[in-house]
Design a protein around this ligand. Structure first.
Ligand code: UD1
Length: 417
């Protein structure tokens, strides 16, 4: 299994371009299932999760066009096998996003239950409840969600909690349903808005995306369209943290601070100077950061996907920070690994108390999930000596060309087979 060896202690400097957003790309690729027309995507990140989803869609009969850099066409006119098997779903929970579109267009779907996950139980009951409210018959048998519906009917749905992929699944299903669907307590994440924009280009009638009430007037058919995937706000935030932790100065291009208010605010609280243009962010870090406390919550509050990276910067900051995780019950897997590097962190329920130390020391650590791995990279870059991060396939799921991007910023990072 691949490892990443990082020689720490180098202040990052230079500029890199941010890739398209993984969490926007995954639902938007699934939207191709809703039409016989051709979808043309650009700014598509070449990630392991994207490759997994393309493989899954191909198995269903979707024609995947030739890979042309960040461009990709999908044509689901030949859709004939509405099944998402366990061996693919278990590697990527977001595969559940095929459920709504398959059911709406094909009338039937069989999708494996995602199963356990390193960062918590993560059930899909809200996806199921919403589709049932739209008239779907759903049975859970032998580890599969088996859903059927002649034509889904518009409904008023209020999810028990804010769920990002749940909102996306229901919005896609509703776009081909008969009548109006109202999704209350909808996720307001920018990736939900990006999906809604793509659906609208396909002829869907969606309004309210970005607020907690989304209305969808179902239409009979959707058409092909072209769509550029939004920049990845979590990749952006991760490189900002890496620069901050190393006392560096970096400029990130092809991105926007528009969706990163809370993250940018926290980095400024930590003492960083941040300059913004419409499509770039420049961060200049002080020699030593100040600790910043935070609490994760659904957008527009601080994103849970940035919690681990901020744990790493607090580990080397001056002061004591409290980090409260409210979305996932088991999202402190990185703590034990950060402690191996010398971090002083105490966990109390869903709070982590981080006492900044002057220096971290390189060690061998293990990546446990995608964002935990990112926090280990940030910590390793700031640490003295060499850190070897094992199981970096987690990083490949969500960070495009990470070694190349780090190298462009002057970091000493190399992949070991
Ligand atoms: C998405 C993101 C992930 C991010 C998360 C929270 C994608 C592909 N992934 O994941 O990177 O960390 O949002 O911002 O976009 N829940 C239920 N029942 C459900 C659905 C969710 O109990 O049916 C719970 C989850 O266990 C969790 C919370 O709701 O505690 C939020 O989960 P959700 O927003 O659904 O996360 P994902 O969409 O899986």
């Amino acid at each position: 299994m691949d490892k990443l060896a990082i020689q720490g202690g180098v202040a990052l400097s230079g500029e890199i371009a941010v890739s398209g957003a993984k969490n926007a790309a995954l639902p938007i690729l699934c939207a191709a299932l809703l039409t016989t027309g051709t979808l043309e995507f650009s700014n598509l990140p070449r990630l392991r999760d994207v490759a997994t989803l393309l493989k899954l869609l191909a198995q269903m009969g979707v024609r995947i066009g030739a890979e042309e850099g960040d461009r990709q066409t999908l044509d689901a006119s030949g859709l004939n096998n509405p099944i998402a098997p366990y061996d693919l779903v278990k590697t990527m929970r977001a595969s559940i996003l095929v459920l709504g579109p398959l059911l709406a267009r094909h009338g039937e779907a069989k999708v494996s239950l995602p199963g356990g996950c390193a960062i918590g139980a993560r059930p899909v009951d809200q996806h199921i409840k919403g589709l049932q409210a739209m008239g779907a018959e759903i049975a859970v048998e032998q580890g599969y969600i088996h859903a059927r519906a002649k034509r889904l009917k518009g409904a008023r749905i209020c999810t028990d909690m804010v769920t990002v992929t749940g909102t996306e699944n229901l919005m896609m299903a509703a776009s081909l349903a008969e009548g109006e669907t109202i999704i209350e307590n909808a996720a307001r994440e920018p990736e939900v808005v990006d999906l809604a924009n793509c659906l609208v280009s396909m002829g869907a009638r969606v309004s309210g995306a970005g607020t907690d009430i989304i209305r969808v007037q179902g239409v009979e058919k959707l058409r092909g369209a072209a769509h550029a995937i939004m920049p990845d706000r979590i990749e952006t935030g991760t490189y900002l943290c890496a620069a901050a932790a190393t006392g560096g100065k970096v400029r990130l291009l092809n991105t926007s601070a528009a969706y990163l208010d809370t993250v940018v605010d926290k980095l400024m609280d930590a003492g960083c100077d941040i300059r913004l243009t419409r499509d770039s962010i420049t961060l200049n870090a002080p020699p030593r950061l100040k600790s910043v406390s935070l609490r994760t919550a659904p957008y527009p509050a601080f994103p849970t996907d940035m919690q681990a990276q901020f744990m790493a910067i607090n580990a080397v900051a001056d002061g004591v920070a409290t980090i409260r995780e409210t979305i996932f019950e088991n999202r402190f897997m990185h703590v034990a690994e950060l402690q191996r590097l010398g971090a002083d962190i105490q966990i109390e329920g869903n709070n982590a108390i981080v006492r900044g130390v002057a220096n971290l020391q390189g060690a061998t650590v293990m990546a446990t999930d995608l964002r935990a791995s990112a926090s280990l990279v940030v910590a390793a870059l700031a640490a003295q000596g060499e850190t070897v991060i094992d199981r970096i396939y987690h990083l490949d799921r969500g960070y495009e060309n990470m070694e190349a991007k780090l190298a462009n910023l002057g970091a000493k990072a190399r992949r070991q087979a």
